[in-house]
Design a binder for this molecule. Structure first.
Ligand code: XIL
Length: 363
């Protein structure tokens, strides 16, 4: 298990209580529906998808599927500073604007992703920022970046993943990334306060990976949130990425317990990047479906407010891209498509979609 998890992290980084679900979404599939005559059932949590502006504008079915079936979009890469800030003095809003406009046309929420991401192997950080060595210059660039981006989308982006992956890949230690080194250990707090100042009405989130597989990391996340809330730092939600692996058994209750522990601290919780690639040894899609069900049931039972999938169709998954696979030994040897999402390559709903819909509309 740890090999699989560490491989993926190096790159990027039950019991069901039907009465416990709370926190209805701010939008529903009903408002998003443009092509379906039948009213969509009311969901108890948002269904979201990571999207790319290129695929939304293409002949691929992504745009129609998202408008019809989802409540929220997360720009997969278009709002990362590696995209929006090509140099210290220039901004690129092309993809981000297109996604926000698409969301507005379709009646969808936007989860802005992401402002501060120091994972060395991630694509959050433009080279020029990494090379800004002077702490004062670096801090100014970070706070200015948050202010500029959040202000631009004030009132149009409902929530921001302000800080992505603050912890080390495999432990509960705060990652000693360039933000930590140059701004100090309170860089998370500084970032959240800057975002709140730029848009007092946007929800502010932190987002972390692999907590469902790593109990010490989950505990550390809870303690981080406890500390931030205790100091009055503006924090509204915690995202659990939930990139899953068939070959790494997911302990029953791990997701529900963590959601419950976080909610007790007064934050919303969402599963923000769910995908379930087929296992290298197990090509049986029923195993994938069982994992989707486990995750969705625990999410809803524990009162999550959103379940977002990392992509729309199996053709749009990051896990099949050659560069991503090259960084993940588990996937390097994986010669078939991972098929980790709710719609197949041609846009047909897979059985997993019905499983998710059933879970999200359960009362
Ligand atoms: C991924 C994108 O999906 C890829 O297209 C890109 O090459 C790398 O980043 N955790 C995150 C996301 O928070 O931003 C990452 O997205 C996947 C892992």
């Amino acid at each position: 298990m740890s090999l699989l998890v560490s491989s993926v992290l190096a790159l990027s980084s039950c019991s069901t209580d039907r009465t416990a679900a709370t926190a209805p979404p701010t939008t529903t599939a009903t408002t998003a529906t443009t092509t379906s005559a039948a009213p969509a059932p009311q969901r108890v949590a948002r269904l979201g998808a990571a999207v790319s502006a290129e695929r939304l504008a293409s002949a691929e079915p992504d745009a129609e599927l998202v408008a019809r079936h989802f409540d929220s979009v997360t720009p997969e890469n278009a709002m990362k500073w590696s995209t929006t800030r090509p140099s210290a003095t220039t901004w690129n809003w092309v993809g981000a604007d297109a996604i926000v406009e698409f969301a507005e046309r379709s009646g969808l929420d936007v989860r802005g992703h992401t402002l501060v991401w120091g994972q060395p192997s991630g694509n959050g950080m433009p080279p020029w920022l990494k090379e800004t060595l002077n702490p004062a210059d670096f801090t100014a660039a970070v706070l200015d970046g948050i202010d500029t981006q959040v202000t631009r989308y004030r009132g149009r982006v409902q929530r921001w993943d302000v800080v992505n992956e603050p912890f080390e890949a495999l432990s509960g230690e705060l990652q000693k990334n360039v933000f930590f080194e140059r701004m100090g250990p309170d860089y998370i707090e500084q970032a959240l306060r800057a975002a709140r100042a730029a848009d007092p009405d946007a929800e502010l989130w932190i987002n972390e990976n692999a907590t469902e597989y790593l109990p010490a990391k989950a505990d550390a996340l809870v303690e981080l949130v406890r500390g931030l809330k205790g100091r009055g730092v503006p924090l509204d939600g915690v995202g659990l990425q939930t990139h899953l692996f068939l070959d790494a058994p997911l302990p029953a209750g791990a997701i529900a317990d963590l959601i419950g522990g976080l909610r007790e601290l007064g934050v919303d919780v969402a599963l923000t990047e769910v995908d379930v690639p087929g296992g290298s040894a197990n090509r049986d899609p029923t195993a994938q479906q069982a994992l989707w069900k486990q995750v969705a049931d625990e999410c809803v039972a524990a009162g999550c407010v959103e379940l977002t999938t990392w992509g729309v169709t199996d053709a749009s998954t990051w896990l099949d891209s050659p560069t991503v696979r090259a960084g993940i030994p588990f996937l390097e040897s994986f010669t078939v498509p991972t098929r980790p999402l709710l719609f197949d390559e041609s846009g047909q709903a897979k059985p997993a979609f019905d499983i998710i819909e059933e879970a999200l509309t359960r009362r």
